[in-house]
Design a protein around this ligand. Structure first.
Ligand code: PLP
Length: 395
């Protein structure tokens, strides 16, 4: 079997059809969208088609879409932009303890800039409560940011309810939808959010391109100054091939979503059921029910260190990821797993599998055959209940 890629929440392979759509914009239609000649017009037209495709995918007007370099920039533009633009009204921001680092570290930066940030707790499945949000709101609050679908544990928040609470208090609501797009319906008209962020490489588009949905009338301070592109909010010559790729990828992803979601969910459920039944002392992190992203499985194995697991699986040709300390080169294990109330040592034995529509049941079965051996091996090398010592060279 070829290598198995179960790390699609980190990034995805490009769709061949997306590559074909992008190709002319590198080689023939390589103009600058601001130019007055026909090369410029071709680029401009392609950009506006892409903008319409992205807008249609989330049911908003095309002019409310701002292209950026990816999810991280979109998150920064939304949070820093709204925080600074509204600083005269108040300097309090509310977010959650399970945000992606692109949101979390931006909030920490804003704290250094004199803002106050409340990090809402989550329950054992990763859900934020309406009550906690209501209680956190103060007259100084200008912005609430909640991740739509969590990248580690797949928790799908009740964004509509949370946004309504913010709206009722005249507070801007932003959501990081990077993991949600093309894996669940996202209709901004229904959700009533003011800002929403996306990244193309998470749905089989190219890296280095993303977008921010910005409701009409919402004011932001830009991160960069220059030629005034993207309504003055994101200066820099437009990445036309990237935009074309993002537009094509999101259009395909939405058109084919129902089938893809069914397939990913079937394979994911099979992975979960069989792994839990074949591996003693294995558990699931995150939601047990339907409010879990279709492509996400996050396991916890007692007496195991996650990095060892990822390395051994890699030797078997399986790419996965872990929320353990070592993999992130920091001393702290995943802040998301810690927020669920797991103890340090429990976080270390976590393994995330994230699927895409390219994964097959055959690949799932290969994982299910492989994982019990990997776990057994690691447990043999680990002093029961204490150890995190292992020796990869022994396999
Ligand atoms: C990947 C990811 C990001 C960052 O997106 P980039 O395009 O890699 O900068 C932000 N938020 C979430 C939830 C992500 O999964």
């Amino acid at each position: 079997m070829d290598r198995v890629y179960f790390d699609n929440s980190a990034t995805t392979r490009l769709d061949d059809r997306v590559l074909e759509a992008m190709r002319p914009y590198f080689l023939d239609k390589y103009g600058n969208a601001s130019s007055l000649h026909s090369f410029g017009h071709d680029a401009y037209d392609a950009m506006e088609v892409a903008r319409s495709q992205v807008a249609a995918a989330i049911n908003v007007p095309p002019k409310d879409i701002i292209f950026t370099s990816g999810g991280t920039e979109s998150d920064n533009l939304a949070l820093q932009g709204a925080a600074f633009a509204n600083a005269s009204r108040g300097k309090h921001i509310i977010t959650t303890s399970i945000e992606h680092h692109a949101v979390l570290h931006t909030c920490q930066f804003l704290e250094n800039q004199g803002f106050k940030v409340t990090y809402l707790p989550v329950d054992s499945e990763g859900f934020v409560s309406d009550e906690d949000l209501k209680e956190a709101i103060t007259p100084e609050t200008t912005l609430v940011s909640v991740i739509m679908a969590n990248n580690e544990i797949g928790t799908i928040q009740r964004i509509k309810d949370l946004a309504e609470i913010a709206n009722d208090s005249n507070i801007l609501f932003m959501t990081d939808a990077v993991q949600a797009i093309t894996k669940m319906p996202v209709d901004v008209e229904k959700l009533n959010v003011d800002m929403l962020t996306m990244s193309a490489h998470k749905f089989h588009g190219p890296k280095g391109i993303g977008a921010l949905y910005l409701r009409r009338g919402v004011k932001l301070r830009p991160l960069m100054y220059g030629g005034g592109h993207e309504r003055g909010l994101r200066s820099s010559t437009e990445n036309i091939p990237g935009m074309v790729g993002m537009g094509k990828a999101i259009e395909l992803g939405i058109a084919e979503m129902d089938d893809n979601v069914d397939q990913m969910r079937r394979i994911r459920d099979h992975l979960i059921d069989l792994t839990l039944s074949k591996v003693p002392r294995s558990y699931i992190n995150g939601p047990k029910g339907e409010e879990r992203l279709c492509n996400n499985a996050n396991f916890r194995f007692d007496y195991i260190e996650g990095e060892g697991m990822v390395l051994l699986l890699d030797l078997k040709g399986i790419a996965a990821s872990t929320g353990s300390a070592c993999s992130t080169k920091s001393l702290e294990p995943s802040h998301v797993l810690r927020s669920l109330g797991l103890r340090h040592e429990q976080c270390h034995g976590s393994l995330r599998l994230s699927l895409s529509r390219y994964n097959t049941m055959e690949e799932a079965n290969y994982f299910i055959e492989t994982i019990p051996q990997v776990i057994e091996r690691l447990r043999m090398m680990s002093p029961l209940g204490e150890g995190v010592s292992y020796d990869v060279s022994a396999v």
